[in-house]
Design a binder for this molecule. Structure first.
Ligand code: PEP
Length: 246
Protein backbone atom coordinates (compact mmCIF):
# COMPACT_ATOMS: atom_id res chain seq x y z
CA UNK A 1 0.00 0.00 0.00
CA UNK A 2 0.84 3.68 -0.09
CA UNK A 3 2.63 4.78 3.09
CA UNK A 4 2.35 8.53 2.77
CA UNK A 5 -1.15 9.91 3.35
CA UNK A 6 -2.68 12.68 1.23
CA UNK A 7 -5.01 15.04 3.11
CA UNK A 8 -6.98 17.53 1.04
CA UNK A 9 -9.35 20.23 2.25
CA UNK A 10 -12.34 21.32 0.16
CA UNK A 11 -13.55 24.80 1.05
CA UNK A 12 -16.56 24.57 -1.31
CA UNK A 13 -18.30 27.96 -1.81
CA UNK A 14 -16.73 29.47 1.30
CA UNK A 15 -14.03 32.08 1.61
CA UNK A 16 -13.24 35.66 0.69
CA UNK A 17 -10.16 37.81 1.20
CA UNK A 18 -10.97 38.07 4.90
CA UNK A 19 -10.21 34.34 5.16
CA UNK A 20 -6.65 34.61 3.80
CA UNK A 21 -5.34 34.74 7.36
CA UNK A 22 -6.99 31.38 8.15
CA UNK A 23 -5.59 29.91 4.93
CA UNK A 24 -2.18 31.13 6.05
CA UNK A 25 -2.71 29.53 9.47
CA UNK A 26 -3.59 26.23 7.76
CA UNK A 27 -0.49 26.43 5.54
CA UNK A 28 1.77 27.21 8.50
CA UNK A 29 0.28 24.36 10.53
CA UNK A 30 0.52 21.95 7.57
CA UNK A 31 4.21 22.74 7.10
CA UNK A 32 4.84 21.17 10.53
CA UNK A 33 3.58 17.83 9.18
CA UNK A 34 5.09 17.93 5.70
CA UNK A 35 7.83 15.39 6.38
CA UNK A 36 5.13 12.74 6.89
CA UNK A 37 1.92 13.97 5.20
CA UNK A 38 1.06 15.62 1.87
CA UNK A 39 -1.66 18.21 2.30
CA UNK A 40 -3.52 20.70 0.13
CA UNK A 41 -6.49 23.05 0.15
CA UNK A 42 -8.99 23.29 -2.71
CA UNK A 43 -10.14 26.90 -2.61
CA UNK A 44 -12.75 28.95 -4.41
CA UNK A 45 -11.15 29.95 -7.74
CA UNK A 46 -11.30 33.63 -6.76
CA UNK A 47 -8.86 33.11 -3.88
CA UNK A 48 -6.22 30.95 -5.56
CA UNK A 49 -4.11 33.75 -7.03
CA UNK A 50 -3.89 35.76 -3.80
CA UNK A 51 -3.36 32.67 -1.65
CA UNK A 52 -0.55 31.54 -3.99
CA UNK A 53 1.17 34.92 -3.73
CA UNK A 54 0.92 34.79 0.04
CA UNK A 55 1.85 31.09 0.41
CA UNK A 56 4.00 29.95 -2.53
CA UNK A 57 5.15 26.76 -0.78
CA UNK A 58 1.66 25.47 0.06
CA UNK A 59 -0.28 23.24 -2.34
CA UNK A 60 -3.49 24.89 -3.56
CA UNK A 61 -6.15 23.46 -5.80
CA UNK A 62 -9.40 24.25 -7.55
CA UNK A 63 -12.70 22.46 -7.02
CA UNK A 64 -13.72 21.96 -10.65
CA UNK A 65 -12.61 22.98 -14.14
CA UNK A 66 -14.05 23.17 -17.63
CA UNK A 67 -12.97 20.58 -20.21
CA UNK A 68 -12.05 23.24 -22.80
CA UNK A 69 -8.99 25.49 -22.54
CA UNK A 70 -10.90 28.68 -23.42
CA UNK A 71 -13.90 29.89 -25.37
CA UNK A 72 -17.58 30.73 -25.19
CA UNK A 73 -18.40 29.24 -21.78
CA UNK A 74 -19.64 32.15 -19.69
CA UNK A 75 -18.96 31.77 -16.00
CA UNK A 76 -16.68 28.74 -16.34
CA UNK A 77 -13.04 28.40 -15.30
CA UNK A 78 -10.56 26.33 -17.32
CA UNK A 79 -7.81 24.14 -15.92
CA UNK A 80 -5.28 26.41 -17.63
CA UNK A 81 -6.77 29.35 -15.70
CA UNK A 82 -6.46 27.46 -12.40
CA UNK A 83 -2.85 26.61 -13.21
CA UNK A 84 -2.15 30.21 -14.19
CA UNK A 85 -3.57 31.36 -10.84
CA UNK A 86 -1.16 29.02 -9.02
CA UNK A 87 -3.19 25.86 -8.49
CA UNK A 88 -1.31 22.59 -8.88
CA UNK A 89 -4.33 20.31 -8.52
CA UNK A 90 -8.08 20.25 -8.86
CA UNK A 91 -11.05 18.21 -7.77
CA UNK A 92 -13.43 17.01 -10.46
CA UNK A 93 -16.73 15.19 -10.17
CA UNK A 94 -17.61 16.16 -6.61
CA UNK A 95 -21.08 14.82 -5.82
CA UNK A 96 -22.34 18.38 -5.30
CA UNK A 97 -21.46 19.05 -8.94
CA UNK A 98 -22.68 15.69 -10.23
CA UNK A 99 -26.04 16.45 -8.59
CA UNK A 100 -26.22 20.24 -8.72
CA UNK A 101 -24.72 20.79 -12.17
CA UNK A 102 -25.83 17.49 -13.73
CA UNK A 103 -22.28 16.41 -14.50
CA UNK A 104 -21.95 13.01 -16.17
CA UNK A 105 -19.08 10.56 -15.91
CA UNK A 106 -18.13 11.54 -19.47
CA UNK A 107 -18.00 15.22 -18.45
CA UNK A 108 -15.81 14.34 -15.49
CA UNK A 109 -13.48 12.25 -17.64
CA UNK A 110 -13.13 15.22 -20.00
CA UNK A 111 -12.43 17.59 -17.13
CA UNK A 112 -9.84 15.24 -15.64
CA UNK A 113 -8.10 14.92 -19.02
CA UNK A 114 -8.13 18.71 -19.49
CA UNK A 115 -6.71 19.26 -16.02
CA UNK A 116 -3.89 16.80 -16.74
CA UNK A 117 -3.07 18.57 -20.02
CA UNK A 118 -2.86 21.84 -18.04
CA UNK A 119 -0.34 20.22 -15.71
CA UNK A 120 -2.64 19.83 -12.71
CA UNK A 121 -2.91 16.82 -10.47
CA UNK A 122 -6.48 15.55 -10.33
CA UNK A 123 -8.75 14.07 -7.69
CA UNK A 124 -11.80 12.37 -9.21
CA UNK A 125 -14.66 12.07 -6.72
CA UNK A 126 -17.08 9.14 -6.73
CA UNK A 127 -19.74 7.91 -4.32
CA UNK A 128 -23.21 6.40 -3.98
CA UNK A 129 -26.39 7.96 -2.60
CA UNK A 130 -28.14 6.52 0.46
CA UNK A 131 -30.90 5.17 -1.78
CA UNK A 132 -28.30 3.34 -3.87
CA UNK A 133 -26.59 1.91 -0.79
CA UNK A 134 -29.89 0.78 0.73
CA UNK A 135 -30.73 -0.93 -2.55
CA UNK A 136 -27.45 -2.88 -2.36
CA UNK A 137 -26.05 -1.09 -5.41
CA UNK A 138 -23.21 0.92 -3.86
CA UNK A 139 -20.36 -1.20 -5.25
CA UNK A 140 -21.82 -1.37 -8.75
CA UNK A 141 -22.56 2.37 -8.86
CA UNK A 142 -19.15 3.44 -7.61
CA UNK A 143 -17.16 1.01 -9.75
CA UNK A 144 -19.12 2.19 -12.78
CA UNK A 145 -18.29 5.82 -11.91
CA UNK A 146 -14.60 4.95 -11.57
CA UNK A 147 -14.61 3.03 -14.86
CA UNK A 148 -16.26 5.86 -16.80
CA UNK A 149 -14.76 8.93 -15.06
CA UNK A 150 -11.10 7.94 -15.05
CA UNK A 151 -9.31 8.64 -18.36
CA UNK A 152 -7.47 5.80 -20.12
CA UNK A 153 -4.12 7.59 -19.74
CA UNK A 154 -4.44 7.98 -15.95
CA UNK A 155 -1.26 7.47 -13.93
CA UNK A 156 -0.46 7.51 -10.23
CA UNK A 157 1.74 10.60 -10.54
CA UNK A 158 -1.29 12.76 -11.33
CA UNK A 159 -4.51 10.90 -10.53
CA UNK A 160 -6.15 10.16 -7.18
CA UNK A 161 -9.66 8.91 -6.43
CA UNK A 162 -11.83 10.17 -3.57
CA UNK A 163 -14.55 7.78 -2.42
CA UNK A 164 -17.23 9.95 -0.83
CA UNK A 165 -20.57 8.36 0.05
CA UNK A 166 -23.03 11.18 -0.70
CA UNK A 167 -24.95 10.45 2.51
CA UNK A 168 -21.79 10.92 4.60
CA UNK A 169 -20.94 14.38 3.24
CA UNK A 170 -21.70 17.11 5.75
CA UNK A 171 -23.97 14.84 7.78
CA UNK A 172 -21.74 13.59 10.60
CA UNK A 173 -22.50 10.01 9.51
CA UNK A 174 -19.72 7.73 8.34
CA UNK A 175 -19.90 4.20 6.92
CA UNK A 176 -18.92 1.10 8.85
CA UNK A 177 -15.20 0.31 8.66
CA UNK A 178 -16.05 -2.88 6.81
CA UNK A 179 -17.98 -0.97 4.16
CA UNK A 180 -15.09 1.46 3.64
CA UNK A 181 -12.65 -1.46 3.43
CA UNK A 182 -14.85 -3.27 0.92
CA UNK A 183 -15.29 -0.20 -1.31
CA UNK A 184 -11.65 0.89 -1.27
CA UNK A 185 -10.54 -2.69 -1.89
CA UNK A 186 -12.88 -2.99 -4.87
CA UNK A 187 -11.70 0.34 -6.32
CA UNK A 188 -8.09 -0.82 -5.88
CA UNK A 189 -8.80 -4.08 -7.68
CA UNK A 190 -10.36 -2.23 -10.57
CA UNK A 191 -7.46 0.22 -10.85
CA UNK A 192 -4.93 -2.61 -10.84
CA UNK A 193 -6.95 -4.58 -13.40
CA UNK A 194 -7.00 -1.54 -15.68
CA UNK A 195 -3.63 0.12 -15.05
CA UNK A 196 -1.48 -2.77 -13.86
CA UNK A 197 1.10 -2.22 -11.17
CA UNK A 198 0.65 1.58 -11.33
CA UNK A 199 -2.88 1.05 -10.01
CA UNK A 200 -1.29 0.00 -6.71
CA UNK A 201 0.19 3.49 -6.38
CA UNK A 202 -2.93 5.55 -7.11
CA UNK A 203 -4.15 7.16 -3.89
CA UNK A 204 -7.71 6.36 -2.88
CA UNK A 205 -8.94 8.98 -0.41
CA UNK A 206 -11.99 8.67 1.83
CA UNK A 207 -14.31 11.67 2.16
CA UNK A 208 -17.47 12.33 4.16
CA UNK A 209 -17.60 13.75 7.68
CA UNK A 210 -13.94 12.98 8.37
CA UNK A 211 -12.73 14.86 11.44
CA UNK A 212 -10.15 14.77 14.20
CA UNK A 213 -12.13 12.15 16.11
CA UNK A 214 -12.52 9.57 13.33
CA UNK A 215 -9.54 10.26 11.05
CA UNK A 216 -7.10 7.82 12.65
CA UNK A 217 -9.65 5.00 12.53
CA UNK A 218 -10.61 5.71 8.91
CA UNK A 219 -7.02 5.99 7.73
CA UNK A 220 -6.08 2.69 9.38
CA UNK A 221 -8.43 0.88 6.98
CA UNK A 222 -6.58 -0.91 4.14
CA UNK A 223 -6.47 1.09 0.89
CA UNK A 224 -7.49 4.36 2.60
CA UNK A 225 -4.61 6.54 1.47
CA UNK A 226 -5.83 9.82 2.92
CA UNK A 227 -8.87 12.04 3.16
CA UNK A 228 -10.93 14.69 1.40
CA UNK A 229 -12.26 16.98 4.08
CA UNK A 230 -14.98 19.61 3.83
CA UNK A 231 -16.19 21.17 7.08
CA UNK A 232 -13.16 20.19 9.15
CA UNK A 233 -10.79 21.88 6.67
CA UNK A 234 -12.14 25.38 7.25
CA UNK A 235 -9.91 26.17 10.23
CA UNK A 236 -6.38 25.21 11.22
CA UNK A 237 -7.71 24.09 14.61
CA UNK A 238 -10.08 21.52 13.06
CA UNK A 239 -7.71 20.47 10.26
CA UNK A 240 -4.62 19.87 12.42
CA UNK A 241 -5.86 16.76 14.25
CA UNK A 242 -6.56 15.12 10.89
CA UNK A 243 -2.97 15.75 9.74
CA UNK A 244 -1.74 14.52 13.11
CA UNK A 245 -3.71 11.28 12.63
CA UNK A 246 -2.40 10.69 9.10
C1 PEP B 1 -16.64 16.98 0.86
O1 PEP B 1 -17.49 17.77 0.51
O2 PEP B 1 -15.77 16.60 0.05
C2 PEP B 1 -16.64 16.51 2.27
C3 PEP B 1 -16.01 15.42 2.56
O3 PEP B 1 -17.35 17.27 3.17
P1 PEP B 1 -17.46 17.03 4.78
O4 PEP B 1 -16.09 16.69 5.26
O5 PEP B 1 -17.94 18.34 5.32
O6 PEP B 1 -18.42 15.90 4.97
Amino acid sequence: GIMRKFIVGNWKMNGTSSDLSEIEAIATMSANYKTSVDSALCLPATLIDRATSLLPAFTLGGQDCHMQVSGAHTGCVSAAMLADAGATLTLVGHSERRAGQNESDADIRGKAAAAHVAGLKVIICVGETLEERDAGKALDIVLDQVQKSVPDNAASDWLSIAYEPVWAIGTGRIPEDSDVAEMHGAIREQLVARFGIDGESMSILYGGSMNGDNAAMLMAIPNVDGGLIGGASLTAAKFEPILAAA
